[in-house]
Ligand binder design. Structure first.
Ligand SMILES: Nc1ncnc2c1ncn2[C@@H]1O[C@H](COP(=O)(O)OP(=O)(O)OP(=O)(O)O)[C@@H](O)[C@H]1O
Ligand SMILES: [Mg+2]
Length: 383
């Protein structure tokens, strides 16, 4: 009986793998797979043909809970390339290898498993109706995944190679210390730094909120508050004249919203994530229970973010006396839905801060802003 079950489960996996390779899929599956694989193909084509090259000049890396983004300056333009920071494993059987190779899926072999990485992992997880595995949790290397660093290394290697010139500067983004958090930013930072050094770069790091300030607030003399609302964390930095006076993070953001909504409604978090990314508009009255729950947990994340800002800024004695009001810049993909900034502004009215806020504005490129800020620092450092 147990063997029968195993066989059925193996057969399901074989069928799903075949369906990745075949066009004879049910229409619904094809749509899903095309959506995900188009993203994968973008990453993949760039990886193989264009961007997985040895950089000539400084580089930036933003290794986030959801995405890994590399940035370079090419022909006086900042170019970014991204992958999903996720993986999916399948047994290393010959049938799997043939299919993966035929479809140019990005994977590597370890033990008796194939590790499928990036957007392809999401594609496979959808086909198996399950979740991808994630090397990072709440902004830091996941304590639950022993292979976390090797997966991140594999993904980074698909985005950038060793530099043309040994010792080229690479500036990577690090999170702020979580308020009441359990994970260690220092461990996370040093592990990433070692890996980057082993590729032949001179590693340099910048706080994620500060990278937003560098990218967006040059006209304000780099004075203001940079906030990244990401997947695993919200990162906050108060910068005064380019000095990061206060940096910290809270370990709740997009993933928290997905899992709380999913847990409340008995739905998988990945399904909620897909609905959130495609349909959520926070300016509209919610029409069903998923939208209602998404509104509730967006409110909660923004409330907790602002409440932390009030608590931290009012409890520190190193806040500079800033005479003029300062801006807040929101970035990170969780700030994307229409109405997120409006909700933030409304709730900000109920918060008492020791500095006056002039405006709240969204970064120009919500997903890539920290990587762009890190590249600016790398370029300056390189002279
Ligand atoms: N259109 C969208 N609407 C709402 N949320 C979105 C949208 N697109 C992406 N997201 C969410 O943004 C989050 C990822 O944001 P981002 O890529 O900035 O995080 P990250 O930098 O990888 O993570 P972190 O900085 O927290 O470690 C995910 O929760 C994702 O579901
Ligand atoms: Mg981020």
């Amino acid at each position: 009986m147990a063997d029968e079950k195993r066989l059925v489960s193996l057969q399901t996996r074989v069928d799903a793998l075949k369906s990745v390779a075949s066009d004879e899929r049910p229409v619904k599956q094809i749509k899903k797979a095309v959506g995900a694989s188009q993203k994968g193909v973008v990453g993949n084509e760039k990886v193989i043909k264009i961007d997985a090259e040895s950089p000539n000049g400084p580089v930036a890396l933003d290794i986030g809970t959801s995405h890994i983004i590399a940035a370079q300056n090419k022909r006086d333009r900042i170019e970014t390339i991204k992958e999903l920071n996720a993986f999916f494993t399948v047994p290393n059987a010959k049938y799997a290898k043939d299919i993966l190779n035929r479809k140019d899926v990005i994977y590597y072999e370890r033990g008796n498993q194939y590790y499928i990485t990036g957007y392809f992992a999401e594609n496979f997880a959808n086909l198996f109706n399950t979740n991808t595995r994630r090397p990072m949790k709440e902004g830091l290397l996941s304590p639950n995944e022993g292979e976390a660093l090797s997966v991140i290394q594999a993904i980074v290697n698909t985005l950038i190679q060793k530099p043309k010139k040994f010792g080229e500067i690479l500036c990577f983004v690090v999170p702020g210390e979580p308020l009441g958090g359990t994970g260690s930013v220092l461990y996370h930072q040093l592990m990433i730094k070692r890996f980057i050094g082993s590729l032949g770069y001179s590693p340099l790091s910048i706080n994620e909120g500060m990278a937003i300030v560098v990218s967006e607030l040059s006209e304000d003399d780099f004075t203001g508050i940079g906030i990244s609302m990401g997947g695993g964390m919200c990162n906050i930095c108060l910068s005064y004249l380019s000095f990061p006076v206060i940096t910290y993070s809270i370990q709740m953001a997009g993933d928290y919203i997905d899992s709380m909504v999913g847990g409340s409604l008995g739905e998988p978090a990945t399904r909620i994530k897909a609905i959130k990314e495609e349909e959520l508009d926070l300016t509209r009255e919610p029409k069903d229970r998923v939208m209602t729950a998404l509104h509730i947990f967006y409110d909660e994340v923004i409330f907790r973010l602002l409440e932390s800002l009030q608590r931290v800024l009012n409890s520190r004695d190193n806040i500079p006396k800033i005479k003029t009001p300062i801006p807040i810049v929101l970035s990170g993909a969780t700030a994307m839905p229409n109405g997120c900034k409006g909700k933030f502004e409304n709730m900000l009215k109920n918060v008492s801060l020791p500095v006056e806020i002039s405006t709240v504005h969204l970064a120009k490129d919500l997903l890539n802003t920290p990587a762009k800020g890190a590249l600016i620092v790398a370029m300056r450092e390189a002279g």
